[in-house]
Design a protein around this ligand. Sequence first.
Ligand SMILES: Nc1ncnc2c1ncn2[C@@H]1O[C@H](COP(=O)(O)OP(=O)(O)OP(=O)(O)O)[C@@H](O)[C@H]1O
Ligand SMILES: [Mg+2]
Length: 362
Amino acid sequence: MHITELSVADYRNYNHQTVRFGDKINFVVGRNAQGKTNLIEAVYLCSVGKSARTPRDKELVNYEKQRARVKVSVKKSYGDDKVEIVLDKDRGKQITINGMPISRMGELMGVVSTVFFSPDEMRIVKEAPADRRRFMDIALCQMSKTYFYLLTRYNKILAQRNRLLKSGHVTDDALDVWDIQLVDVGSKIIKTRRGFVASLSEAAGSCHAYLTGGEETLVLSYEGIEGDTVEDVQTAFSKRLKSERDKDRLRGYTHSGAHKDDICFTIAGKDIRAFGSQGQQRTASLALKLAEVELVGSRGEYPILLLDDVLSELDLTRQKRLMAKIKDHQTIITCTHIDPQLLDGLTDYNRIFVENAIISME
Ligand SMILES: Nc1ncnc2c1ncn2[C@@H]1O[C@H](COP(=O)(O)OP(=O)(O)OP(=O)(O)O)[C@@H](O)[C@H]1O
Ligand SMILES: [Mg+2]
């Protein structure tokens, strides 16, 4: 899929602006603090329903205005879609898809499918496991509404179980009831994530080999409750909850489950989460995102790749390899300047200029 048009009104530093994108590489160029990331953020908002930078929707509304509006039109192999989001400082957020208001966030998942990458995301390999889980969840939610609903349900059950544990007076029978639900939903999530990471490993390995010129081999593996089938995971998860019940009661917290999963990244047998160089960790993060694009694309529509300010983090050779890898699908890439050598050999690209929240095309 690709975005044909984005309109913003009173969003961040923008007044009213509309931008048309090409279906291949789009460079969004401008000096610092002009509104480049704000544009990418607006696209991401229409994809995931929230910003990647802040959990507080109010911050997205222009300081001096009451309400912001963002509209995205996407073209797909079969048909087009329009997503519109209105953010009101008092009334909150309203999302419409093709003019119809939605009542559940799950309805938005996959309508505008994106993969987002920024310098912050480059730390995904070395940061906390929660960041890697967030990566899996955002990817999987866009691929499957069922996954989104499972995850929402899991988080509710987990919160409830933790509340009971913290209350200090919960019977074994009451906990049993919550455990059955946690195991049922959690095992489906774990099984899905395990399959996802296995497919991703292959794609990430080949993207990584391409970016590094074949110098190193990247392997991903899933770390979580064991089991190849949902039933196997259920058995292991159930056993784990039982054996850790005393510990859970003592600390008022559930020690095992899908909320503890992680992805391990290894190069030449070494866990690069802990032992990788900064360059290795960055390149592995980028390979991971490119692999996500490939994987999602191979199963249906290619997602839109959003690259915020990542060129400055890569040397020219890697920048060129990155361009070669992404040139066939839509990418929106922000930067303060483009090395002319990077454009050598690139035929199909757009340049969009942003200055003080005013957009102009080449
Ligand atoms: N709610 C808001 N209302 C008005 N202006 C805002 C709001 N939120 C952020 N801004 C302003 O938007 C401007 C542009 O931000 P943005 O992050 O898009 O810059 P950028 O072009 O990506 O810059 P850089 O190259 O430094 O990353 C900033 O000056 C910021 O102060
Ligand atoms: Mg920026």
